[in-house]
Design a protein around this ligand. Structure first.
Ligand code: SF4
Length: 151
């Protein structure tokens, strides 16, 4: 089974209430090869919510307590992001996911680039918190941007 970011499947769960449908992802769902997951909703957030970015590092640093996830207004939401990451890991293990396809640039789901924590639209190399935890547990994570190479 493949686990995919809910927003890539067309569900309006992004922080601003939108989705980012990818037709290849939709096809996987229609073929019953994939199921959806949204780490931030599993962490306890609802939609819409404030945008958040990792401040002080990458997803690995958040897991190690060396960086945090902060909303634009300044609220520290690290705990909820970590909670969502562990809930996603449990789900991936329950369905024995062979691969997890997550939305690039998200502080949860990014798998090669994330925003730099300044809320200025600047990206840096790094993983989201969920991606970091999944990879630490030996689960393959790919970005929707690399899907063509993978499928
Ligand atoms: Fe999409 Fe991941 Fe953000 Fe949920 S947490 S809206 S699945 S990018």
């Amino acid at each position: 089974m493949i686990l995919v970011s809910s927003c890539l499947a067309g569900l309006e769960v992004r922080y601003n209430g939108t989705h980012c449908l990818d037709n290849k992802i939709r096809q996987l769902l229609e073929d019953n090869q994939a199921i959806t997951v949204c780490p931030e909703l599993l962490g306890g957030f609802s939609t819409p919510r404030e945008p958040a970015e990792i401040v002080g590092g990458s997803g690995e640093d958040v897991l190690d307590g060396k960086a945090k996830v902060v909303e634009k207004s300044g609220r520290d939401v690290t705990e909820l992001y970590v909670k969502g990451a562990y809930a996603t890991l449990r789900k991936a293990q329950e369905v024995d996911a062979t691969v997890v396809i997550l939305k690039e640039f998200s502080p949860s789901c990014g798998s090669s680039m994330i925003y730099n924590g300044e809320f200025k639209g600047k990206k840096i190399v790094g993983n989201g918190v969920t991606t970091a935890l999944l990879r630490r547990n030996g689960i393959q994570v790919v970005s929707e941007e690399r899907l063509a190479d993978f499928l």
